[in-house]
Design a protein around this ligand. Structure first.
Ligand SMILES: Nc1nc2c(ncn2[C@@H]2O[C@H](COP(=O)(O)OP(=O)(O)O)[C@@H](O)[C@H]2O)c(=O)[nH]1
Ligand SMILES: [Mg+2]
Length: 262
């Protein structure tokens, strides 16, 4: 059993990717178990096989304890930890090749509080596991925002301590996918989206426009070299249009094949 956690900032497309990737894997004749781990999810683009909302409901907690939406999400994640054994049992009963875990909307709940890594490690214990970290293409349309998103991805990778594959989602919103395909599409993506200027060795580390960020030239140059050393360029995908999923699966299989339980 391979466990894939779909992570990323709110709105990056975690739920959409869980849905599309599940269909894609099923077409490749894998058995897939879809897990919704978001107790505050309202509408999902897939029918979960295992659902955190069965155990904890953020909306009910909000009313019962008089909490706001953020407080309710935090309280419900804390509560969810009490049910991790039940959730794991349900997952094991499905006995799938791939378990896709759609993580809660708010990244900080999973990545920067103690319960996130605990939850992920308990759910993946005894299996191979990896994280897909999603970045919204529209949020890295400027070089300085590419720096901050990559720093966020790196800090998440360190906190979750699982092999991580970065994917740049929603490419359909930044390149004309009806006009380009195959190699041409990739070339267009690499030219259009500045995060690739930062990460691909072929180009020089880009210089920043002064006044856009606190980073000065020498720090940004060092960061760029650091990123190039430690981060593989994100795989361009569109969860909505099912583009790039074969590449994503190949990279996930690659990291899973060298997985060692920590
Ligand atoms: N155009 C486009 N929209 C997308 C894509 N992936 C997700 N979305 C949309 O982005 C919004 C947020 O997606 P969702 O999966 O709910 O994000 P989550 O908060 O990370 O789970 C929804 O309106 C999705 O329909 C994509 O690849 N292309
Ligand atoms: Mg979601």
């Amino acid at each position: 059993m391979n466990v894939l956690f779909v992570a990323g900032p709110a709105g990056s497309g975690k739920s959409m990717l869980t849905s599309t990737l599940a269909l894609w894997l099923e077409r490749l004749e894998y058995d897939v178990c879809k897990v919704n781990l978001d107790p505050a999810a309202e509408l999902l683009p897939y029918v979960p096989d295992v659902d955190a909302r069965k155990y904890v409901n953020a909306r009910e907690l909000m009313i019962k304890r008089g909490l706001g939406p953020n407080g309710a999400l935090l309280a419900s994640m804390d509560e969810l930890l009490n049910y991790v054994v039940d959730i794991k049992t349900e997952i094991e009963e499905v006995s799938a090749d791939y378990v896709l875990v759609d993580l809660p909307g708010q990244l900080e709940v999973v990545a920067f509080r103690p319960l996130g890594p605990r939850l992920l490690h308990e759910l993946s214990e005894g299996s191979k596991a990896a994280v897909v970290f999603l970045i919204d293409s529209r949020l890295v349309s400027r070089i300085y925002s590419a720096y901050s998103l990559l720093l966020l991805a790196l800090s998440t990778m360190y906190r979750l301590a699982l092999p991580t594959v970065l994917a740049l989602n929603k490419i359909d919103l930044v390149v004309n996918i009806s006009e380009y395909s195959g190699e041409k599409l990739y070339r267009k993506i690499y030219e259009t989206i500045p995060i690739y200027k930062l990460l691909l060795e072929e180009s020089e580390c880009p210089s920043l426009v002064s006044g856009e960020t606190f980073l000065d030239t020498s720090i940004s140059l060092q960061l760029c070299q650091f990123f190039r050393q430690f981060i593989k360029a994100p795989i361009p995908i569109s969860a909505r249009e099912a583009i790039g999923l074969d590449d994503l699966i190949a990279e996930l299989e690659n990291v899973l094949s060298t997985y060692k339980e920590g």
